[in-house]
Design a binder for this molecule. Sequence first.
Ligand code: PLP
Length: 444
Amino acid sequence: MSLHVRPNQPSLDYFWMPFTANRQFKAAPRLLSGAKGMYYTDIDGNTVLDGTSGLWCVNAGHGRTQIVEAVARQLSELDFAPTFQMGHPIVFQFAEKLAAIAPGGKDGGLDRVFFTGSGSESVDTALKIAIAYQRAIGQGTRTRVIGREKGYHGVGFGGISVGGLVNNRRVFPQIPADHMRHTLDMERNAFSRGLPAHGIELAEDLERLVALHGAETIAAVIVEPMAGSAGVILPPKGYLERLRAIADKHGILLIFDEVITGFGRLGTPFATDYFGVMPDLVTTAKGLTNGAIPMGAVFASRKVHDGLMTGPESQIELFHGYTYSGHPVACAAGLATLGIYAEEGLLTRGAELANYWQEALHSLKGLPHVADIRNLGLVGAIELRSRDGAPGARAYDVFVECFRKGLLIRVTGDIIALSPPLIIEKEQIGTLVSMIADTLKTTA
Ligand code: PLP
């Protein structure tokens, strides 16, 4: 039963909320009713600064007119058309535009695009492509996939199998997978600015798993180049390069899950560009359409794509796809989003703000409860010491109080994760950081 019913509030009983403590939320709900630029408005008319781009997805800020108009136009022209043995122009057009900024750059980048409906679907798609590719090149025993502890790759059965967050896994069966260790090492790397110096040796875990399972059983290794959902865990310097080398040595495909890092989050179009390490497949979603319409995309190298374009031409090469793969309205939203990114230089704006952002976040060092601060591009995390016997409670209180003050942050365990829209101004960075500082000072 809803306890705090306001006149402008619907019944809260019927919507089963995802990744939410439903009963706790419904007893004291937070309801957003509007959004423009950097701000949400709640149903009481309060303004809330968006410190999280919604859920890591509204990279160009809210309520963008070009997207609104493109979506409306597309809906009235062609609301839906299948992409199984059929096509429509806008899906090919969008794929070509994406190929022009593909992870790894124009020449030799991953310019073959498979559309999905979400990040989870992108991950399961990439895992299936990897396994199908291995089989197509005569490596059919390679069906195991390797992920990493603390990794988040969505909630499909493939994604939870390679994922490394226990609560997402413990209740559900999984496909054959194993995990490298995560790279969070606060003893050696706390308060690093940018990439941590220590931990390249953790990439050798892939060698350990090869020794344990046999390379001939492993199709692919998937990592977030920067792990977001577990609380912003950065790759140590040289780690991703080493992972690439080990994967190559053993014929294992490398997948970067760029659902968060894709589309400018690190100050480059993709993390692949930031690190200069080329994976074989990249998964994306979120910023692909500025969060306006659900959509994901998997970028594949020509090697992987062409490896599957074999057999008789009348034969379907990959038995996989979704009703909404390449949905015309999502494509329209995506094309308009790419237009905004290009016009406003948003895919590289994070690089211009990164130092300012870094200094602003690290100014919180020394405040009550702060155990670590991590940052890269326009991403940040403030890890708090947990209350005795109540992990997560302190950060949750900070989250509730920040929202009351007019700031949306995201917390996971006792970590505050920040990823504002890429249109944020320096003054707004200042406001965001001082609201967090004020809240930390008064949090028990
Ligand atoms: N992969 C990563 C790295 C993510 O951060 C997320 C979502 O946060 C996903 C996959 C799942 O995306 P979705 O929630 O759109 O299914």
